[in-house]
Design a protein around this ligand. Structure first.
Ligand code: ZN
Ligand code: ZN
Length: 314
């Protein structure tokens, strides 16, 4: 399976500001002066060695993750990240009908507002199915495009062939992929998905707060058990997580605790807080790495800070 992150922000789209961009340039130039850079051929290597938060950005699009298996394409959530994903599919699959299953965790804006800009959904030959556990899932998506809010109604999107209304906790199949669901603690409810294919397991569990992880066993730890990759809501720092109790989000530290309990192999932090700069995200990620090292020297849990374009193969 191949996982690609197209949108990693939570709550609202957050483009890089000019102030942040200028700050990155300033820091890069200061480091270039210090390094004594004096010829153009030295720049590619120099850029490669810059700290992540200077040479990259996590990106500003809201949640959208693509999972490709042999024959199927799953898309988790339709935040603004689904717009560039759609444009990429149009380029990549030129002349061929596009098949995709969009699995919605819930219908908060940051998870659905990109759908009207998903170009493949407007092509009648395409075959797109939308899944969700929330009541009246089709109506919820349809109303987002009521004329008061958007000029183009859902019915024009003729590539969308079907809505599948799931029940909470339901397991189902898409082709040769097995999918399990679990209810997560979040205002209005949220669904976590477990994808099992070819002996590998990926969990998409964003927008969730976790309380009382002990005593075990807890259903969520069983759901995470031995997963190859968990995509995890780490919107807040540990301190903010305490201050913002019941806001329905989590932190890197809780993610690590849960992943270690459940024997998870890779853990990707996403749904980043919109007010956090790249530097702050990097700082939080470094602290998470340090925390993991303090827990046990022997564990081989691998951590990722999700950014737009990050790809993980399993
Ligand atoms: Zn969200
Ligand atoms: Zn939400």
């Amino acid at each position: 399976m191949k996982v690609k992150f197209w949108g990693v922000r939570g709550s609202i789209a957050t483009p890089l500001t000019n102030i942040e961009l200028n700050d990155k340039i300033k820091k890069a130039l200061e480091l270039a002066l210090k390094a004594g850079l004096n010829a153009p051929w030295q720049t590619p290597q120099f850029i490669e060695q810059l700290p992540w938060y200077i040479r990259k950005t996590a990106g500003g699009d809201t949640t959208c993750v693509e999972v490709e298996t042999g024959d199927n394409r799953l898309i988790f959530d339709a935040g603004t990240g689904i717009r560039p994903l759609g444009l990429n599919l149009m380029r990549q699959e030129i002349g061929k009908p596009i098949e995709a299953s969009i699995l919605l965790s819930h219908t908060h804006w940051d998870h659905i507002c990109g759908l009207p800009f998903f170009v493949p959904a407007y092509i009648p030959n395409n075959n797109i199915t939308i899944y969700g556990t929330h009541s009246k899932i089709e109506d919820r998506i349809r109303h987002q495009q009521d004329f008061e809010y958007f000029p183009v109604p859902l019915d024009i999107m003729r590539g969308i062939k079907e809505f599948v209304q799931l029940r909470e906790g339901e397991s189902f199949r898409i082709g040769d992929i097995e999918i399990d669901t679990i209810s997560l603690y979040h205002p209005g409810g949220c669904t976590g998905y477990k994808v099992s294919y070819n002996g590998k397991t990926i969990i998409y569990a964003t927008d969730s707060e976790y309380k009382e992880l002990s005593p075990e066993p807890k259903p969520i730890i069983d759901f995470f058990r031995d997963a190859d990759l968990v995509i995890f809501d780490a919107q807040y720092t540990m301190l903010e997580n305490i201050e913002k109790e019941d806001w329905g989000h989590s932190s890197t530290i809780i993610g690590i605790d849960m992943a270690l309990k459940a024997g998870v192999k890779k853990l990707a932090f996403t749904h980043h807080e919109p007010t956090y700069s790249d530097e702050k995200l990097w700082d939080i990620f470094q602290k998470a790495q340090n925390y993991l090292e303090l827990q046990s020297e022997k564990n081989d849990l691998q951590l990722y800070l999700a950014y737009e374009g990050l790809s993980i193969s399993l």
